[in-house]
Unconditional design. Structure first.
Length: 274
């Protein structure tokens, strides 16, 4: 049987905050570099087209999922033949969501996911929470799943993806210092405990009072690092070996060995002190 692989590019870098035109120009350049490296998929950070810590500009720059920015990303994808995951503020009526969009190599929209777990006052002051826990799409025969930043710090969404058949979980991120335990410790554990591939793609610049941590990674189902970035801007390219999932689960499958009947209390709200 032929080995199933997907070549992915992690773009640890962004355009100027609050300047979508600059971000799109940079995305076009990075997509061509990814194509030259043979990548099938290019993944950028959270809110990669607008910036994350931009105050009132979040609402000003928000667009529908089929808006102008998405159309321009679709042209870049079709021109380069590389699928793209990008982040942007999505407007739907009066609500604004922290959304990532997966665009196929032909420019077709494959999936859109709204961040479900909002981090701190910055997120809660700008965005409404999404309510779809598992969003997936197929790319080159590979089942991709989408989360955003803080979502991956909770075990439940990642386990839900594993149970739903996600093979590569894609997590655009805007993680700031000093929280390097997330990319260095939590992310490898999430891949290992669910025995899936996980691509965690972070920012690495400074935005307002936030210094982003970088440390983007592609982690294999056994918890080992396929790719790992440092603190600066990088474009990392590596292969996702889908056969590694079966190999990781062959001797010991956490999914098969679960006992769901014991875990019912995990789905209930924590008891509140009186």
């Amino acid at each position: 049987m032929a080995r199933r692989t997907l070549r992915v590019a992690l773009d640890q870098g962004t355009g100027r905050s609050g300047d979508p035109a600059d971000a799109l120009a940079r995305l076009s350049d990075r997509a061509r570099a990814a194509a030259d490296a043979g990548a099938d998929l290019l993944i950028g950070p959270e809110m990669s087209l607008t910036g994350y810590n931009i105050g009132a500009d979040v609402a000003r720059l928000a667009e529908p999922v089929d808006g102008r920015l998405a159309a321009q990303v679709a042209r870049i994808a079709a021109d380069t033949g590389v699928a793209i995951v990008h982040g942007f503020p999505e407007r739907d009526g009066d609500a604004v969501y922290n959304t990532v969009l997966l665009t196929g190599p032909d420019g077709a929209r494959l999936a859109a996911y709204r961040k479900t777990h909002l981090f701190g006052d910055l997120d809660r002051g700008a965005f409404a929470p999404g309510d779809a826990p598992v969003v997936q799409a197929d790319l080159n025969g590979v089942r991709l799943g989408l989360l955003v930043c803080y979502d991956v710090e909770f075990p439940e969404p990642v386990r839900a993806h594993a149970l739903a058949g996600t093979e590569l979980l894609v997590v655009p991120t805007a993680l700031m210092l000093p929280y390097t335990d997330v990319p260095d410790r939590i992310v490898p554990v999430r891949a290992l405990e669910n025995q899936i591939h996980l691509a965690y793609v972070n920012r690495c610049d400074t935005e307002g009072d936030l210094r982003y941590a970088g440390r983007s990674a592609l982690v294999a189902p056994d918890g080992t690092e396929t790719l790992r970035a440092g603190a600066g801007e990088e474009l990392l390219v590596g292969d996702v070996d889908l056969g590694a999932i079966a190999r990781a689960r062959e001797g010991q499958s956490y999914l098969d060995d679960r006992r769901p009947g014991l875990y019912g209390s995990l789905s209930r709200d924590r008891a509140r002190a009186r």
